[in-house]
Design a binder for this molecule. Structure first.
Ligand code: SF4
Ligand code: SF4
Ligand code: SF4
Length: 311
């Protein structure tokens, strides 16, 4: 009998679900062993009994619960808790669910400043008051999923590579335990490394890296060794897929920004990269955009309010 899968999307962009669809024919194969019983982003499924905030959520029982997005408001918290009750295994699907992702950048700001920015000072819209209806109340900050419910499996990535999604669902459908990836982006990066000591400072990526357009990335020197902040050493592998590809950003000759989160669960990409740079003899005192290093992993109290007025 196929395993039942329920899916919910919290504070995110739906890119993880698009990546699921991008498994393509793999998804058709998966549908023989997995039955999707709930996925509001793809299937019309009315699951609030009325509009009452206290109304019971109707989420069908399932063996697998895929949850994408971080937890930012009370409604998302209710949905996450209900998914935990109804699903056998909960998968934190994508980097927002695993580490807070882009939504956790809001942890740097007071809610009042965010509302002012969105509703009164954004260039593209007319000024308005804060919404008083429909929008659920914010929680005190943006949470990763495992801060609010128990999580069984983490599948980070912004979004996760379709190969990784298909592999995980295949593994779960066959009753096996998922094998965690513990390599870094550098492990699948083909660029040329010449060794320590050639760069003393990191600069912003406002100029292209040095490379020859007609040559493959294997002929390009490592971007960190060119002086750019490449997060490859401290970021979990996976964006290369499972059939010998290369990291997505490196293929585009752009430094890794760290979107798969830390190599080990619980790791701190900021501490890890400072260590990696220091051990390569690079001055970390004037590292540009230091907090941006946590742009994908700002939940778990990694990013806290330090700024009062967003620009
Ligand atoms: S992890 Fe990335 S792709 Fe997935 S919901 Fe979050 S922002 Fe979107
Ligand atoms: S630091 Fe960046 S460019 Fe260098 S090997 Fe690692 S991923 Fe590749
Ligand atoms: S290279 Fe880094 S930032 Fe780019 S997709 Fe891979 S993990 Fe994400």
């Amino acid at each position: 009998m196929p395993l039942r899968l329920a899916s919910e999307s919290l504070s995110g962009c739906s890119g993880c679900e698009i990546a699921l669809l991008n498994t393509g024919v793999g998804l058709l194969r998966l549908l023989k062993s997995i039955k999707i019983v709930h996925m509001p982003i793809l299937m019309d499924n009315k699951y609030f009994q009325g509009n009452d905030a206290e109304a019971e959520l109707e989420i069908p029982e399932a063996e697998i619960g895929l949850l994408s997005g971080a937890v930012r408001n009370e409604e998302q918290l209710r949905i996450a808790e209900k998914m935990r009750q109804r699903c056998g295994s909960i998968v934190a699907f994508g980097t927002c669910a695993s580490y807070g992702g882009i939504p956790a950048l809001a942890n740097l700001f007071e809610d009042a400043d965010l509302f002012r920015r969105y509703y009164r000072t954004a260039e593209a819209t007319d000024a308005a008051g804060n919404p008083a209806e429909v929008v659920p109340p914010f929680l005190e900050r943006t949470f990763a999923l495992d801060e609010v419910i128990r999580v069984d499996v983490f599948l980070p990535g912004c979004p996760p590579h379709p190969d990784g999604i298909a592999h995980l669902l295949d593994t779960l459908a066959s009753g096996k335990k998922p094998d965690p990836e513990l390599q870094s982006v550098c492990d699948s990066c083909p660029t040329r490394r010449e060794g320590k000591g050639s760069v003393q400072r990191i600069r912003r990526f406002i100029r292209n890296a040095r490379f020859q357009p007609d040559k493959p990335p294997a002929d390009m020197r490592c971007l960190l060794e060119q002086g750019f902040l490449c997060m490859g050493p401290v970021t979990l592998a996976g964006c290369s897929g499972r059939s010998g590809g290369m990291p997505r950003c490196i293929e585009a000759r752009v430094p890794c920004k760290g979107c798969y989160g830390p190599v080990r669960p619980g790791g701190n990409q900021l501490f890890d990269i400072l260590n990696a740079l220091a051990s390569n003899g690079i001055d970390t005192k004037n590292l540009p955009d230091r907090l941006a290093v946590l742009r994908y992993s700002g939940a778990h109290r990694r990013l806290v309010r330090t700024v009062n007025k967003p620009a």
